[in-house]
Design a binder for this molecule. Structure first.
Ligand code: PMP
Length: 363
């Protein structure tokens, strides 16, 4: 009799997937957590009130609005668009997955920078999409002419983060337009998870380009990583395609609490401005401090810094910082394995990081 093989129950694509490293979310007292680009400030107090109001009385016994109408209206109004230009989902990770499923399963490779957000490759693998990694230049910046020449052959589309992750480097809108024009028959997905910390948003280009998909999240600049809300802005024909895919999986994409909390966050412009400016100001100070400690720091338009020490190994530094209860992110990947990605925390957290670094560098 042949031996039972549990792996054989899984489809080959699933067997090839590696699970996400759970070590990035440890529960340690007094931890300085600068490893997953969360916002160090709480969300607007209006979010908590809205969630409470949505939950009280009979609220949770009822199904949520399947169209997230009020939330889509609020997002659209802020972007100067209509609700037909907006699609929402459980974090931008989910909307990215749906977009990959809807647009990039084509008979040609999907183009993305070789240094980019790891999950793009995961979704490629999950959905059987061939991926062509376009090398970034020596300064880890996206190489536009390399994209243009690859896109001149057939491609399934282009996906990139702007500002890029994990480098934090941003492209101006004129460069995004070059990519849109290089790939007019396919979707160009611009992931703007970090755009509110100093990047240029491509929302302004949506009317002009029928192939542009802009993805944003409430996880970073709105301090709502725990609520799981992300959204897409684009012309209505692409939004309708995403809705078709979504309805085949789950016709209630956002729960009642997420819809209420997200709408309140979008509506509190003053809180948004205050917290995002605090992150930007702290980022500038932290950049100088890291340079003083011997790091080369890439210019960042995000809520994190990508930095390489001139004399010390990055994996070793990350491990020693962890012993001091300070978490930063190290990627054991080609080209970037000598860098650390450090989330901009509160001033106090950044001071604790510097103290820990001084200790580690003295040993
Ligand atoms: N895009 C990029 C570039 C990211 O860094 C992240 C967060 N790690 C995401 C998307 C996903 O964010 P969320 O699912 O929390 O919206």
């Amino acid at each position: 009799m042949t031996r039972f093989d549990p792996q054989a129950l899984l489809s080959p694509r699933v067997n090839a997937l590696k699970p996400y490293v759970p070590g990035e979310q440890p529960r340690i007292e007094g931890l300085v957590k600068l490893n997953t680009n969360e916002n160090p400030y709480p969300p607007s107090p209006a979010v908590i009130t809205a969630i409470h109001d949505a939950a009280k009385d009979h609220g949770l016994a009822l199904y949520p609005d399947p169209e997230s109408t009020d939330l889509r209206r609020a997002i659209a109004a802020r972007a100067g668009l209509t609700p037909e230009h907006v699609f929402v989902g459980n974090g931008s990770d989910e909307v990215l997955a749906l977009a990959f499923y809807a647009f990039f399963q084509q008979a040609a490779p999907l183009l993305m920078p070789d240094v980019s957000y790891t999950f793009y490759r995961v979704y490629g693998r999950l959905f059987g999409i061939e991926v062509d990694l376009v090398p970034v230049d020596a300064g880890l910046r996206i190489d536009l002419s390399a994209f243009e020449s690859r896109a001149a052959q057939d491609c399934a589309g282009i996906v990139l983060a702007n500002p890029n992750a994990p480098t934090g480097c941003g492209l101006p809108l004129s460069d995004i337009e070059r990519l849109l024009e290089a790939c007019p028959q396919r979707v160009v997905l611009v992931d703007e998870a970090y755009v509110d910390f100093g990047g240029e948003s491509a929302i302004a280009l949506i009317d002009k380009y029928p192939n542009l998909l802009v993805v944003q999240t409430l996880s970073k600049s709105r301090s709502l990583a725990g609520l799981r809300v992300g959204f897409v802005l684009s012309q209505p024909h692409l939004i309708a395609a995403l809705a078709r895919v979504k309805n085949s999986f789950n016709s209630y994409p956002l729960d009642r609490l997420a819809q209420a909390g997200a709408k309140a966050a979008i509506s509190d412009e003053a809180w948004f401005e205050k917290t995002r400016q605090a992150v930007i100001d702290t980022r500038e100070g932290l950049t100088l401090a890291l340079e003083d400690l011997g790091f080369e720091v890439l210019p960042s338009q995000a809520n994190f810094l990508f930095a390489r020490h001139r004399g010390r190994d990055a994996a070793d530094l990350a491990a020693r910082l962890r012993q001091q209860a300070v978490l930063v992110r190290h990627f054991a990947e080609p080209r970037i394995d000598q860098f650390l990605r450090i989330t901009v925390g509160t001033r106090d957290q950044c001071t604790r990081l510097q103290e820990a670094l001084r200790k580690v560098l003295a040993t």
